[in-house]
Write a protein of this length. Structure first.
Length: 237
């Protein structure tokens, strides 16, 4: 996506929901999750620690574009989450890796370092629009974070002690199947009913160049999505 909007910063802010205005009491929820698109499966080349994949074509967030439509990529088992407002999401991990430009044209990292990223499928599992949110966070071994960024790599409750997460961006890279693009509603960006997107999350700060894709993990840990303070891991295929 070539877009003037800044990618979503998962460590900086989240848009406030318009729960009351959407009339949650009268909404009809349904299970439209990732199984709806799982019948069309293609294999995406897994990320590796040494190679740089071609930068994705980034989809717009809420300007009516939404990027290209792709078949459902090969993914791990989907996991469902519900927010206090009643928004329902399904997430399934696709791949992880490292790249010097995981989100397209970004500042090159210092020699001996690179950026970590992971892709996952985000689905609105309801029959009504829900707030576009990015529940997953990218974790890596703290030992693979350069000394200059160690203080920025944060552990989280419910995640293994040797793992931490750096400041990062999450961006929609494609729409799955016939999913409609996100839409703006009163200043919020909403996912249409049943929509599925491929999301890429990438670290803002570099990691060591020899970080292996096998060392990267996707967790959902925020109390907005998990109430028991235990991180929920999204398993890669």
């Amino acid at each position: 996506m070539a877009n003037s909007r800044q990618p979503y910063r998962s460590h900086r802010r989240r848009k406030k929901s318009q729960a009351g205005r959407l009339g949650l009491a009268g909404a009809v929820t349904g299970a439209v999750g990732i199984a709806a698109v799982a019948g069309v499966i293609v294999f995406l080349r897994p990320g590796t620690g040494g190679g740089d994949p071609a930068p994705p074509v980034l989809a717009s967030q809420g300007d009516g574009g939404g990027g290209s439509s792709v078949p459902a990529p090969k993914a791990g088992p989907p996991v469902g989450f519900t927010t206090p407002e009643g928004y329902g999401y399904s997430l399934a991990a696709v791949m992880a890796g490292t790249s010097r430009q995981p989100l397209g044209a970004t500042q090159a990292p210092p020699d001996g370092t690179t950026y970590a990223y992971a892709d996952y499928i985000l689905t609105n599992s309801q029959r009504r629009p829900v707030l576009l949110d990015f529940p997953a966070d990218l974790f890596m071994p703290k030992s693979q974070v350069p000394s200059s960024a160690q203080e920025r790599c944060m552990p989280q409750a419910g995640i293994p002690d040797d793992m931490c997460t750096l400041p990062n961006h999450s961006t929609i890279t494609a729409r799955v199947g016939g999913s409609k693009a996100p839409v703006e509603d009163g200043g919020d960006t909403m996912m249409p009913a049943g929509a599925s997107y491929v999301v890429r999350i990438a670290s803002d700060l570099p990691v060591k160049e020899d970080l292996s894709a096998d060392d990267l993990r996707l967790y959902v840990w925020n109390a907005r999505f998990t109430s028991d303070r235990k991180g929920v891991q999204l398993a890669f295929p």
